[in-house]
Design a protein around this ligand. Structure first.
Ligand code: ADP
Length: 884
């Protein structure tokens, strides 16, 4: 043991704050004792300042600030989720660095049943000094040998074993199973390991040993092990707090707040590394001359200043320094300090804890002091107890300030007014020193009054937690595989999309020729898009699903002006009376060339005829696709395609008249209503159809019909997602495998949820809110998976839609024999307009599949009314031209 002689304390050359300088030995001994104890008192305001300063450092580190380096490191641990409580299986845990110069191996069985715990089996191996200081390979070979020896004694057979590696040294972690040693501590000095991935070194050693097939799944430190080892209580335990030799904490942070991670989804456990916290402004006022002396004499002066006021390694040391000082001043032990009292490390945490315990009598305190070679007087025991209490109280209060900083951080990042949270505690200070926890609790209540914190002691040290990390990682990997398998059919390759495009093209040609095809390719008798010269007032009737609108559309020099009136669905279509002008009827879903469509026009004409005093001319009937194309066409003459992606989906475009069978004339153009929702009704989409599509189709009012539409449009996407979620729940991948009534309910999952869930900002909070509203019991992994499901479904929808648009624009380009076509697509429909990524995914697909077309997408505004009026305007213009 190093000796700090009396001279060390008295002279303290180079020491920034020698106890002697700040604290002369006055003759009044009780005043001297009080002065010593006063130094360890920390005020509420000082604690609040430490809390605020630490929080500031934490946020700087999370934000990626490097210069000046923040006082805490905030290291991501790549642990992304806390235990479900359903984890089960056998796991091997190897601990290196958690228990000094020994290596511990545990066999942990997780039962998956709450409250049912099987005591782990463990064995400790002392690491020979020459191994601790020898080549790195020798250390890892030693570990692998110990593993074999341990496993040989267990009936494990040849099963593949999953191992969690508790490696409690400063590491730069880059993955759950990748961790580079920064520097050895705790007496280890093996060559060739610093800067290396310790997981890889362990794997290689296990392979060299060759006895067992062991998969090293995760590497963690003891803080994370503590958090993860906690039995989930009312809520998950999302903070781990260690006060052992040193002190540290970890907690679950939103990944998007962690600058060094290229990840904006989910949570990640952050190791705060608060032992290194130092801030002259905040810590300065509470540092005592004893702290300064302790730091000065330590192996790492200037470093880990905060830890040196809290960690168990230092509490005994601080007490020793105070007692030595008081002895030297003649206040204690008759003024005689023993050599032991003057030797570093002679008072241990255990001694402090025991002496401080009020139930321990003076006799026991005397024994401990006598063991240190001291000769305590009658009143000494009480004074020594007071010193121990002062040092420990301050430690617990400082620890509380740091914990309160973490809690405020959590409260802030979760945007919660009040935070209910469980903190797992671990380490010998908690185990040996019950008063530490009660002071900590009290102080946290004072510093973070809006947090409802429960403290839960960790089980089996970190071992169970390490097994838990391993189990969670194994579970996540298995679930991720199942999720991927489930979503694989939704991920269409470029080749598959090109094949769809080719099939659509073929179906278009057949449909135009009047041959059997799932695309009906209906002529609309709209022969031109607007050229901008159209003028006049037009009335439009928009017969929607629920509403009936009458619009007065004025097409004039300055543009298009719309006045409209909405009626709830009327019995009589002719209710919309108008004055002068031309009446135009526009109805969704009807079609000009349909006989039903013709009937509507006749019915309308007759109805208008029955009304006196109204003179109207029904000029055209237009569907929404055409209306959309026309409305955008007034502003952009290149707009020759109309697209709808709302409740349903459809498209129209300008075809060469000569290609349209059954319509006279071989020059000029005609707008073709593709009715593309029915594409695939002849079975051509079956290869892409998943079992979820089949379920949605079977439950629909028109099984076997509108197969393309059922993969694309708003009426169905939510249902497809719901069916996938049901399947994933049945596999146990989602919602802990709990089937709920709600998810069985048809149409409960709205397509607008996809938009909300996939919106970039606060996505996961949205997911949680939406699913919680649906009454689904979810974890943050669930939220991520639901997001992935939504993305896969909407991406496929957008890509299929894009393949359709690509087929259309390529057809137009080929019709005209152009090298390159510039064309615009007028689009309407809430799904297209409100989904955050749908439109860009459609455009990206078109760029890939139709590289020779320059396609601009225009969103129509009030496409129905405006477009319908423009159809009429164009019809009138053409009629006028014909007369001239
Ligand atoms: P329609 O197609 O019936 O004329 P819309 O274009 O408004 O009318 O489409 C309505 C459909 O859009 C709804 O059936 C719904 O599925 C879908 N939808 C509604 N809100 C959203 C949203 N925020 N994101 C994506 N889709 C939505």
């Amino acid at each position: 043991m190093d000796t700090i002689g009396p001279a060390g304390l008295r002279q303290g050359e180079g020491s920034p704050c020698n106890p002697q300088e700040g604290l002369p030995c006055p003759s009044d001994s009780s005043e001297l004792v009080q002065e010593c104890l006063r130094q360890f008192k920390v005020t509420g305001a000082q604690l609040q300042q430490i809390q605020a300063s630490l929080l500031g450092s934490m946020e700087q580190a999370l934000g990626g600030q490097t210069s000046p380096a923040p006082a805490v490191r905030m290291l991501p641990t790549y642990v992304g989720s806390t235990p479900h409580g359903t984890e089960q299986g056998d796991f091997v845990v190897l601990e290196l660095g958690a228990t000094g110069a020994s290596l511990r191996i545990l066999w942990v069985t997780l039962t998956g049943i709450e409250g049912h715990r099987i005591e782990p089996r463990s064995q400790e191996f002392v690491i020979p000094q020459e191994v601790m200081l020898g080549p790195g390979q020798q250390l890892f070979d030693f570990a692998a040998r110990c593993l074999s020896e341990f496993l040989d004694a267990l009936p494990v057979g040849n099963q593949g074993l999953k191992l969690g590696f508790n490696f409690s040294f400063p590491c730069h972690q880059t993955g759950l199973d990748r961790s580079t040693l920064i520097s050895w501590t705790k007496g280890f000095r093996c060559s060739g390991v610093e800067g290396q991935d310790v997981v890889q070194l362990l794997r290689e050693a296990i392979q060299r040993q060759g006895a067992y097939s062991i998969d090293v799944v995760a590497v963690v430190n003891d803080t994370v092990g503590t958090m993860m080892g906690c039995e989930p209580g009312v809520g998950p335990c999302e903070v781990g707090l260690i006060v052992d030799t040193g002190t540290n904490a970890c907690y679950m942070e939103e990944a998007r707040h962690v600058a060094v991670l290229d990840e904006d989804r989910g949570r990640v456990c952050i190791s705060v590394e608060w032992g290194s916290f130092s801030d002259d402004g905040a810590l300065g006022p509470v540092l005592t001359i004893f702290d300064c002396a302790l730091d000065h004499e330590s192996l790492n002066p200037g470093a880990q200043r905060f830890e040196k006021m809290i960690g168990g390694l230092y509490l005994g040391e601080l007490v020793r320094l105070v007692l030595a000082h008081l002895a030297q001043c003649g206040v204690l032990f008759g003024g005689c300090a023993s050599p032991a009292l003057l030797s570093r490390g002679s008072i241990l945490l255990e001694h402090v804890a025991e002496m401080e315990d009020p139930s321990v009598g003076a006799a026991r305190v005397h024994t401990i002091l006598q063991d240190l070679g001291l000769n305590p007087g009658a009143s000494d025991a009480k004074l020594v107890q007071d010193v121990c209490a002062a040092v420990c109280t301050r430690a617990a209060q400082l620890c509380a300030a740091a914990l309160a900083a973490v809690l405020s951080r959590l409260q802030h990042s979760r945007e919660q007014q009040t935070l209910q949270i469980a903190v797992a505690t671990g380490g010998r200070v908690f185990e040996r020193h019950p008063r530490f926890l009660s002071i900590l609790q009290e102080t946290v209540m004072f510093l973070a009054p809006k947090c409802d914190v429960s403290f839960i002691p960790s089980l089996d040290g970190g071992g169970r937690g390490v097994a838990m990390v391993t189990a969670v990682a194994a579970r996540l990997a298995a679930h991720q595989r199942l999720l991927e398998e489930t979503l694989a059919p939704f991920r269409l390759s470029q080749e598959q999309l090109a094949a769809v495009q080719a099939q659509i093209r073929e179906a278009m040609i057949k449909g135009l020729r009047g041959e059997a095809s799932s695309l009906r390719m209906l002529p609309t008798y709209v022969r031109a898009t607007p050229d901008g010269s159209e003028r006049g007032d037009f009335l439009a009737l928009d017969l929607g699903g629920t509403n009936f609108r009458v619009l007065l559309v004025r097409v004039a020099m300055g543009g298009v002006q719309i006045t409209n009136q909405v009626y709830s669905i009327p019995e009589c279509v002719a209710q919309g009376s108008g004055q002068q002008g031309i009446l135009l009827n526009w109805t969704k879903g009807f079609n000009a060339s349909d006989c039903e469509g013709q009937d509507v026009v006749c019915l309308l004409r007759e109805a208008i005829g029955r009304r006196k005093g109204v003179e109207l001319n029904v000029v055209a009937i237009v569907n929404d696709t055409v209306g959309t194309m026309m409305s955008c066409g007034y502003e952009d003459p290149h707009c020759e395609v109309g697209l709808i992606v709302g409740t349903g989906t459809n498209a129209c475009y300008m075809e060469e008249l000569q290609n349209v069978a059954g319509v006279a004339g071989d020059s000029g153009h005609m707008c073709i209503n593709m009715e593309w929702g029915a594409f695939g009704d002849d079975g051509s989409l079956d290869v892409l159809s998943t079992c979820f599509d089949a379920s949605v189709d079977q439950a629909s009012i028109n099984p076997g019909k509108q197969r393309f539409e059922k993969m694309i449009s708003g009426m169905y996407l939510g249902e497809i997602v719901r069916h996938i979620l049901l399947h994933l729940t049945s596999l146990g991948v989602l919602f802990r495998g709990q089937q709920t009534q709600c998810l069985q309910t048809r149409d409960i999952f709205k397509t607008k949820f996809l938009s909300e869930i996939e919106s970039d900002s606060l996505a996961l909070r949205q997911v949680r809110a939406i699913l919680e509203d649906l009454g689904l019991p979810l974890t943050s992994d669930d939220a991520l998976m639901v997001l992935e499901v939504c993305q896969a479904v909407s991406q496929r929808a957008a890509q299929l839609c894009g393949a359709g648009v690509a087929a259309v624009v390529e057809k137009i380009r080929e019709n005209r024999g152009l090298e390159e076509l510039t064309v615009s697509v007028g689009v309407d429909g809430t799904l297209y307009k409100l989904h955050p990524h749908f439109s860009s995914m459609v455009a990206a697909t078109v760029r890939k599949l139709a590289p020779r077309c320059v396609v601009t997408f225009l969103q129509s505004e009030d496409g129905s009314g405006k477009g319908a009026a423009l159809v009429t305007a164009v019809a009138c213009r053409l009629a006028q031209m014909a007369r001239v």
